[in-house]
Design a protein around this ligand. Structure first.
Ligand SMILES: Cc1cc2nc3c(=O)[nH]c(=O)nc-3n(C[C@H](O)[C@H](O)[C@H](O)COP(=O)(O)O)c2cc1C
Length: 214
């Protein structure tokens, strides 16, 4: 297969899976790979101001389904990940990040002083909590996109989900006071043979409608 097709084939194969085969489970090895993909996603300043919450408990999944417009993916997918964005960034969060950089790269703290100052000035002193939340929430969509792409490369089906009630998710997942709040979810697993959406053609704009050359 050409390199171009190696990129395109998984994208043609994937679709937002509506019906999962609840009997098919993602292997441990594949799941560990997808966790790494989530961790490798780029984030603003590299701060990773989000949590990926893997909901394994069937009772919790059942409850979440009731505030997801009853979408069956929530219960039937092998893995169900809720993406939650930070609702606040503190100086402590930034200091922990600086310490990690120093540990991993051996960078002296003195070299990081200016970087730290910029981050504190921007995230702690210039943005309101609701602006921080929007900033962090946007980045979870990069995580979502990379996760969908990587899953497709592993022939794992997925459904990105915004058809959820974030405030109710927060309540069910006990996120109040955690500093994180639900943005979206991704259901992952294997398509049910009878999912009619799996056989439908992709609906996309033409190249001319989508691209502008200047
Ligand atoms: C941010 C986002 C939220 C979505 N929310 C849902 C959802 O709650 N339920 C669902 O079945 N599909 C959901 N979708 C899937 C889209 O409807 C789907 O990606 C789009 O129609 C294109 O089809 P395809 O992904 O099958 O190619 C969502 C997609 C994105 C990117």
């Amino acid at each position: 297969m050409s390199e171009q097709n190696q990129v395109l084939e998984p994208l043609k194969w994937r679709y937002a899976t509506k019906r999962f085969d609840a009997t098919k489970k993602i292997t441990k090895g594949d799941w560990q790979t997808l966790e790494q993909v989530i961790n490798f996603a780029p984030t603003s300043y590299g701060l990773q101001a989000f949590k990926a919450i893997l909901v394994e408990n069937p009772d919790l999944r059942k409850k979440l389904r009731t505030c997801s417009f009853n979408q069956s993916q929530v219960e039937d997918a092998s893995h169900f990940v809720v993406l939650a964005a930070a609702t606040k960034v503190t100086e402590k969060d930034i200091d922990l990040y600086m310490e990690r950089i120093s540990q991993v790269r051996g960078t002296p703290a003195s070299v990081l002083t200016d970087f730290r100052k910029v981050m504190v000035g921007d995230l702690v002193n210039s943005r309101t909590d609701s602006e921080v939340k929007i900033w962090a929430a946007k980045q979870t969509y990069i995580v979502m996109g990379m996760l969908l792409m990587a899953a497709a490369e592993l022939s794992i089906d997925a459904c990105p989900m915004e058809g959820i009630e974030p405030a109710k998710y927060d309540e069910i997942l006990g996120l109040a006071g955690s500093g994180f709040s639900t943005v979206s979810a991704v259901a992952l697993g294997y398509r049910h043979a009878e999912d009619i959406f799996g056989k439908m053609k992709k609906v996309r704009k033409s190249r001319d409608e989508l691209f502008v050359s200047l």
